[in-house]
Design a protein around this ligand. Structure first.
Ligand SMILES: [Zn+2]
Length: 117
C-alpha cells in the first residue's frame, strides 16, 4: 500500500461518520479539517476514502479536506504568518523560523440528502 498513513486515517474517519450519520438519508459530502502537522495528501486521502466506504451506507460520499497551513513564528523579529510549507526563511533574514503545525483532524460537517430513495 503506497498510502498506509492516509488509509488508516480514512478508516478511522469512516468509522466516525458511520456512527454519526443519520439512519434516514444519504451522506453526500463529508468535510474535515486537517492540521499541517498530519502531513496528509488530500488526493490520496480521497482515494482511500472511496476504498474504505465501498459497501457501507456512506459509499459514494465525497470527502472534502480543508488543509490548514503551517503557522510560522520568527523568534528574531517576532512575526507570525501562515505558510503552505514548514521550512522557510523569514523576510528579516532569520534562516530558521519555527513551523508550528496543528495536528488537528476534525470532522467539520456532514451533508445529507434527506429525501434520497
Ligand atoms: Zn523574522
Amino acid at each position: 500500500m503506497p498510502h498506509v498513513h492516509e488509509f488508516s486515517i480514512a478508516q478511522a474517519l469512516a468509522g466516525q461518520v458511520l456512527r454519526y450519520a443519520p439512519a434516514a438519508g444519504r451522506v453526500r459530502e463529508v468535510r474535515i479539517r486537517v492540521g499541517a502537522l498530519r502531513g496528509i495528501e488530500p488526493e490520496s486521502l480521497g482515494m482511500c476514502w472511496e476504498a474504505v466506504t465501498i459497501g457501507t451506507p456512506i459509499a459514494g460520499s465525497v470527502l472534502r479536506v480543508d488543509l490548514r497551513p503551517w503557522s510560522i513564528h520568527c523568534p528574531t523579529c517576532d512575526r507570525t504568518w501562515d505558510s503552505a510549507v514548514p521550512f522557510v526563511t523569514c523576510t528579516c533574514g532569520e534562516p530558521e523560523p519555527l513551523p508550528q503545525g496543528g495536528d488537528e483532524l476534525d470532522l467539520v460537517s456532514l451533508t445529507v440528502d434527506e429525501d434520497a430513495a
